[in-house]
Design a protein around this ligand. Structure first.
Ligand SMILES: [Zn+2]
Length: 404
């Protein structure tokens, strides 16, 4: 199996290139929004969505119209890619088994990006890339690119522009350099606890910045839309969002690298984060229970990025020749890792585990991590690596999440 990997670099651009990049991103956004509006209208009229080929034909038409002839300035392939992405997003939204969010209209400066599927050249030696219709652009050469480049995505984050080079790797035939297996318990108080006793503390990057964020968001409300002060305030909000996301990304990357480097087999609970972070408020007819406590837990889960950690571990293990096993989270926090006795009473507090059968005591997260590892060994012994039944993690005290 070949697997994808991406290398991201910041671009070093001059004002003329910056204008071009902005314009190209603007064209992509225009194409996305126009095509999405078209599809939405068809859906409202109870008609089928247009296919990618129909949309591509529409794009040719738009280029010929006077009002939208500016689309001719941009390279045609990134615009076609945008239509392909929209097509994918719509198909994902109507996927009956695992529906994703319906695609949204794009706003200027939010998630600006476009992709070249071919036509680019990478000149690593001189730290530059050739982007069709833009020319050679220099980049901060922070790492060497391994594998065959398949595409380049250009994106903007605040005022900086980046390229992400997607490559395809050949399968790893070398086994992982370590032989150990480890169980990982993901939690609220501690982000992750390993079965060997190592733990990674919470980042709570969002909570730390939430106060500042609330302040600037309140400022925004009192300002006249599109005034200079409104623009300044919106920039502050975006800066803060960007900072939060960078702190989080950096921490997640470091954590997943540390775990993946040291262990050939990583065992995790198969958590449905989407379920757990669903709105706790409920509906008017059926209001949710423990709304405050649950929304605290939701915020923590989203803040912690459990799903993202799993995703990163999965691909990093693939690179290193290791593997990830997902096991059912049922009873992992209630089972005694010493004698196997299962009871809710075993875990009276968030932090401590005390077996009522054999009186074994241990840190509750560590006890869970050991159970997770044992379940992983059982899966390995059976010779199967498929995931077991999915269920939701039982956290005994939700109030601990809000207190954190
Ligand atoms: Zn016991």
């Amino acid at each position: 199996m070949k697997y994808p990997k991406a290398f991201k670099f910041q671009l070093k651009i001059n004002p003329a290139q910056r204008r071009k990049l902005s314009r190209f991103a603007g064209c992509s956004r225009f194409v996305w929004n126009n095509a999405l509006a078209l599809q939405k209208q068809r859906l409202d009229e109870k008609r089928h969505c247009l296919s990618y080929n129909d949309l591509a034909a529409k794009l040719v038409g738009w280029k010929k119209e006077d009002a939208t002839s500016f689309l001719k300035d941009a390279h045609s392939q990134p615009l076609q890619q945008t239509l392909k992405h929209l097509d994918r997003a719509l198909k994902d939204a109507f996927n009956k088994k695992n529906p994703k969010q319906f695609p949204k209209f794009k706003k200027r400066g939010c998630g600006d990006s476009f992709r070249y599927p071919e036509g680019f050249k990478i000149d690593e030696h001189n730290s530059r890339v050739f982007l069709p219709k833009i020319g050679y652009v220099r980049y901060r050469n922070s790492q060497s690119i391994e594998g065959k480049a398949k595409n380049i995505t250009v994106s903007r984050e605040l005022d900086a522009w980046y390229i992400s080079i997607g490559v395809e790797h050949n399968p790893v035939t070398m086994p992982h350099k370590n032989k150990s297996a480890i169980g990982v318990d993901m939690g609220i108080a501690k982000f992750a606890t390993l079965s060997d006793g190592t733990h990674f503390k919470s980042v709570h990057s969002f909570r730390r910045a939430a106060v500042g964020l609330r302040y600037y968001q309140r400022c925004l409300k009192n300002k006249k839309k599109f005034s200079n002060n409104w623009r300044k305030a919106i920039k502050k909000v975006r800066l803060l969002h960007n900072k939060i996301s960078n702190v989080r990304k950096d921490y997640l990357q470091k954590t997943s690298t540390a775990i993946s480097k040291n262990h050939a087999v990583v065992v995790l609970e198969d958590l449905q984060v989407k379920n757990m972070s669903r709105s706790a408020a409920g509906t008017k007819e059926r209001p949710g229970k423990n709304v405050r406590a649950k929304s605290g837990l939701n915020k923590s889960i989203l803040d912690q990025g459990w799903g993202e950690l799993r995703r990163q571990l999965e691909y990093k293990q693939l690179w290193r020749g290791g593997k990830v096993i997902a096991i059912s989270p049922q009873n992992t926090s209630r089972r005694c890792s010493s004698c196997g006795y299962i009871a809710a009473a075993n875990r009276k507090t968030q932090a401590r585990f005390k077996c009522i059968s054999c009186h074994f005591t241990l840190n509750a997260d560590l006890n869970a991590a050991r159970n997770i590892l044992a379940a992983g060994h059982a899966v390995l012994a059976c010779g199967e690596t498929t995931t077991l039944s999915r269920s939701v993690k039982q956290e005994p005290t939700l109030s601990a999440a809000t207190a954190a």
